[in-house]
Unconditional design. Structure first.
Length: 178
C-alpha cells in the first residue's frame, strides 16, 4: 500500500471509528509510520490536534471543517511526483517550472543558469566592443563572479564610465537585473 493510500485510509477509518483510542496495529502499521502519517494529517488541518497515549496509541479529537469537506468530497492526498528528464545526444531542452531559467544541454547534462548566460553575454559584449583595458575588466569580472555584492558594485562602476562603455550597457543592465 502506498503512502498516499495509507494517508487516505487513515483519514477515513479514524474519522468513522467508534473508539477514540486508535492503535497502529489495527491498520497493520508500526508506531513510527502511524505517527508520521497522523502528524501529516494534523499538519494538513484535517484533524484537530489529538493526543498520544503511553501505550503508543492515538486519541482522536475530531475532524476539522477541512477534514469533513475532505471526506464528503471523497478527496485524496496525492504527493507530488519528482520527474526526471534525461537528455540524450546533443539536444537542447528548456526545463519548465520553477527552475530559475536553467537549461540542460549536451550529453554531459551541463546546467547553464540564467546568470551564467547573461555573464557570458557580457564578456562577449566586452570582447567585441572598443573598450580599452578589456582584459583587465574581464579579469575583474571573473574575480568578482562568485561574490554578488562585489560584482554588482564593480558593474555599477563600469556603468559610470564614459560613452566608450555605451555598447555594453545593455549587457551590464541585464546582469544587474538578476
Amino acid at each position: 500500500m502506498s503512502s498516499n493510500d495509507k494517508y487516505n485510509m487513515l483519514v477515513r477509518e479514524i474519522a468513522t471509528s467508534k473508539s477514540e483510542n486508535i492503535y497502529p496495529k489495527t491498520f497493520g502499521l508500526d508506531f513510527q509510520e502511524f505517527k508520521a502519517i497522523i502528524d501529516e494529517i494534523e499538519r494538513d488541518g484535517l484533524f484537530e490536534k489529538g493526543w498520544w497515549g503511553l501505550g503508543k496509541f492515538y486519541i482522536f479529537n475530531s475532524l476539522t471543517f477541512k477534514g469533513r469537506s475532505f471526506l464528503e468530497n471523497n478527496d485524496k492526498k496525492e504527493y507530488p511526483k519528482i520527474e526526471k528528464t534525461e537528455v540524450i545526444y546533443h539536444n537542447n531542452i528548456s526545463v519548465g517550472g520553477n527552475n530559475h531559467g536553467s537549461i540542460i544541454t549536451g550529453n554531459n547534462n551541463t546546467v547553464i543558469s540564467e546568470f551564467d548566460t547573461k555573464f557570458n553575454n557580457l564578456l562577449q559584449a566586452i570582447n567585441s566592443s572598443n573598450v580599452q583595458d578589456k582584459e583587465l575588466i574581464i579579469q575583474e569580472l571573473n574575480n568578482n563572479k562568485s561574490n554578488e555584492v562585489s560584482l554588482k558594485k564593480y558593474l555599477g562602476t563600469v556603468l559610470t564610465k564614459g560613452a566608450e562603455f555605451g555598447s555594453i550597457v545593455s549587457a551590464v543592465s541585464a546582469l544587474l537585473s538578476l
